[in-house]
Design a protein around this ligand. Sequence first.
Ligand code: GTP
Ligand code: MG
Length: 365
Amino acid sequence: MFGFLRRKKPPPPTPEPVESASKPGGPWPVEPASIAAQAARPPQPPQPPAPSAPAEPPRTGWIKRLRAGLSRTSGQLAGLFGLTQIDEALFEQLEAALLVADTGIETTTWLLARLRERVKKERLETGEDVRQALRATLTELLTPLEAPIDLDRSAPQVWMVTGVNGAGKTTSIGKLAHLLRREHKSVLLAAGDTFRAAARAQLAEWGARNDVAVIAQDGGDPGAVAFDAVSAGIARQTDVVMVDTAGRLPTQTHLMEELRKVRRVIGKALAGAPHEALLVLDGNTGQNMLAQVAAFDAAVALTGLIVTKLDGTAKGGAIVALAHTRRVQPIPVYFIGLGEGVDDLQAFSAEEFVSALLDPTPRSH
Ligand SMILES: Nc1nc2c(ncn2[C@@H]2O[C@H](COP(=O)(O)OP(=O)(O)OP(=O)(O)O)[C@@H](O)[C@H]2O)c(=O)[nH]1
Ligand SMILES: [Mg+2]
């Protein structure tokens, strides 16, 4: 299973596969840096931490960055829970804060109803009690989104990566290639974005950094590239073939149709493939995230999500809305992205996400 991302320590920053349980003391978290800057840099030996930034346990650093990324929302919410008594004003302010955080009317209404219920039933008295109740409710709601990818399926397994323009598809593929190599998995990348030479170059760069082959074609049909890559993956007995695709909007019906075709072609190259149809979502997207999920799900039957850019100005509420509105058939959030660096992708944890949204001070794990 693809559970290695959650608890293991990061590897030294070399492209070669290394032991998964890497030695402590490596740089973590890796500071965000542009792809170009990182790619241009020759491989560096692990650097000792700067004196002003003492090394901290990897996961603590990750949580801190997630907290910083979601600080807009946590800042809005924090002020509400210091109250010594619960009144209507608290619910009104909470409603406003949740709406501002992109949680949407439907999910906000549902959350407030749940909270009111709990206040009554559990005889809650203070703002802090409400915070704890919201914490429990959100954790319960988001936990079904946690899921590992099964890596033990027969090889090759094919992951198709989709999303709107600039969501972070290619970057996430690069990060995943790195993580898979750490697990000693062989990887092949397909440059399914055949429209732009720069897109091929970007994927090739990630391939070179991870010592992974990239199947590309000058222009032409994305389906053909995907077919070639899957066929090559079968011939080379590659563990994971990842197919990048060009960014597209759900409203571009001909491009959504093209995506369907890529999926069909992958299935023709290998029965049962793609094993994962992933949608990459920009964490800043807000409520439009729901429409994107619905549209891409209709086109390619999504199996999982990657939410990127939670290190910036993301508000987080849309993920809560996703969990609520799709609670009957949740689509897992396999990974979240917290930067442009190769190590800036980790498994989604409901507990950590809710903690980043609601906890006033870092919790020790
Ligand atoms: N801060 C931050 N930037 C990210 C993250 N993921 C991707 N990016 C940046 O977002 C920009 C777009 O990323 P790409 O990977 O090129 O996105 P894409 O979806 O492949 O884009 P198209 O192929 O053009 O549709 C790049 O500058 C990335 O470095 C993230 O988690 N955090
Ligand atoms: Mg791309």
